[in-house]
Design a protein around this ligand. Structure first.
Ligand SMILES: Nc1ncnc2c1ncn2[C@@H]1O[C@H](COP(=O)(O)OP(=O)(O)OP(=O)(O)O)[C@@H](O)[C@H]1O
Ligand SMILES: [Mg+2]
Length: 474
């Protein structure tokens, strides 16, 4: 968070333009400062309200919605301790902890800024401020808060959905949009689906969702975890056996395929099957027929098969360890789940989702995360993906003492972050050039690479965006 005191670049930094209809409350007791900030932000397209005292700020917050607050820390005319501002921060957090507050501090009073961040400020600006840096900071906070609030809304919608039997599935990020669309499209069909992705990315949850959204939803979803089955058990587990088929077969046993008749069978960890098991499974998938172990009677089953693996099955096929004809039976449709580090927009809503769940379970009154905790969550690489996030939040819920989870409760620094690719650099540590590049990439991702749409969102002409794409080598 070093402060760049160089002159503002002559090139206009469009990266700082206001997100659509963003409303910012600006507060300072010096009229000239207030006016300068109002003009600066208004010029970028923000809707601005102003306040000149702590009471004025609270009054504005009670009656209106804002995307961010930009406020000075010092109000009492004859003191510069920032006390009033610090107390105010806590009051604002109590009203709405998702509202980002950026504080302004006198140049050199770094302690005040640090204390403010500890008390819940999302960022700080030193006076005299650098226009471009201020704009980039405000924009960044507005965007982050919007993602967070969207997540909250989605979470309550999901809670409603869950009551209708659908598992809560949080997928807000652009990366997940095509995945969700594909799931919706293929769920009602009887197509076999192979779900792939790293550990903990939600493969089983996707299988549950597809079953719940299918015409088979009223019939059972039966799971077989191939990872846990020895060669001998596999056959009788899947196809059942008759009494006396082998020494331990004291009674008839119905296999998973028959249990799933009319419904869905979920084969988890399929890459671990031996050649003999693969051959047996293939036959049932091809014919819809099976025999219980020890019986010669052929039974017909009507089963939709969903399967999951975190292995690269094509590589397994190439290496001769997995039958290609079986792969083709299983992956009529393939759904690939991206790792959490490639869908960071989902981190805040997922974190909230798990926070609510665990807070309820452990009977703790927790409203959310403070700014430091949210930043730590966003910075972490999540090599264990959503399951790791779930566990980190559970631990934090147990450790948290106040109303909000703090970064220290998450204990994320040790290990984790180094185990996967590093998270994105913090915006405060980037040059304006780098910020622009990131904002352009985000806009393109948001509109699936559509340059016209991205240009409009960035407030640029198409040709201006193309020029910048060229300049950034994008
Ligand atoms: N999009 C999501 N929204 C909410 N919770 C999720 C989401 N994805 C995964 N989870 C939760 O994260 C945990 C891990 O998910 P799941 O067991 O489905 O992962 P997996 O890919 O099957 O992992 P593994 O490869 O280790 O078996 C579960 O508790 C699941 O409910
Ligand atoms: Mg799994």
């Amino acid at each position: 968070m070093s402060v760049d005191r160089s002159h503002a670049p002559t090139r206009d930094a469009r990266a700082a333009d206001a997100p659509a209809r963003a409303r910012v409350l600006v507060a300072d007791d010096q009229p000239d400062v207030l006016e300068a900030l109002r003009l600066l932000l208004k010029g970028e397209g923000y809707q601005i309200e102003t306040a000149r005292s702590p009471a004025g700020i609270m009054a504005a917050l009670e009656t209106q919605d804002f995307d961010a607050v930009l406020m000075d820390l010092n109000y009492a005319r004859d003191t510069t301790s920032g006390r009033e501002g610090l107390d105010l921060l806590q009051q604002i957090q109590a009203v709405d902890w998702t509202l980002p507050v950026v504080v302004m501090t006198a140049w050199g009073s770094i302690d005040g800024a640090v204390e403010a961040m500890r008390r819940g400020a999302y960022d700080y600006i030193e006076k005299p401020w650098d226009n471009q840096r201020l704009l980039a900071t405000v924009r960044n906070q507005v965007e982050m808060a919007r993602a967070l609030r969207r997540g909250q809304r989605l979470e309550s919608e999901n809670a409603a959905l869950r009551h209708n039997g659908m598992p809560a599935m949080i997928a807000e990020s652009p990366r997940m949009r095509p995945v969700l669309e594909l799931m919706q499209r293929i769920a009602p069909s009887d197509a076999n689906v192979l779900v792939t992705g790293e550990h903990g990315t939600g493969k089983e949850l996707v299988a549950q969702w597809i079953h719940a959204a299918s015409a088979r939803a009223t019939r059972p979803l039966v799971t077989v975890n191939k990872g846990g089955l020895s060669e001998g058990v596999f056959e009788s587990e899947l196809f059942g056996h008759v009494k006396g088929a082998f020494t331990d077969a004291k009674a008839d046993r119905i296999g998973r395929f028959e249990l799933a008749d009319g419904g869905t069978l979920f084969l988890d960890e399929i890459s671990n099957m031996t050649p003999a098991q693969q051959a047996k499974l293939l036959r049932v998938l091809q014919t819809g027929e099976l025999e219980r172990v020890g019986s010669s009677r052929t039974r017909r089953v009507d089963v939709r098969v969903l399967s999951a693996t975190n292995a690269d099955l094509r590589a397994e096929v190439a290496a001769g360890r997995f039958r290609e004809d079986l792969l083709f039976r299983l992956n009529t449709i393939e759904i690939h789940l991206p790792p959490l580090r490639e869908r960071r927009e989902d981190v805040p809503p997922l974190a909230l989702h798990f926070l609510r769940r665990h807070a309820e379970r452990y009977r703790k009154q927790l409203a959310g995360f403070d700014a430091s905790a949210m930043q730590a969550l966003l910075d972490h690489a999540w090599p264990g993906n959503i399951r790791e996030l779930d566990h980190a939040i559970e631990r934090a819920v147990l450790l948290a003492q106040g109303e909000l989870v703090r970064a220290a409760d998450l204990a994320l620094r040790a290990g984790g972050a180094s185990a996967g690719p590093a998270g994105p650099p913090r915006i405060e540590e980037m040059t304006l050039e780098e910020v622009e590049r990131v904002v352009i990439q985000k806009a393109l991702a948001r509109f699936d690479g559509n340059v016209s749409h991205a240009a409009r969102a960035l407030g640029l002409s198409r040709s201006a965006l193309y020029r910048r794409l060229g300049a950034h080598g994008l």
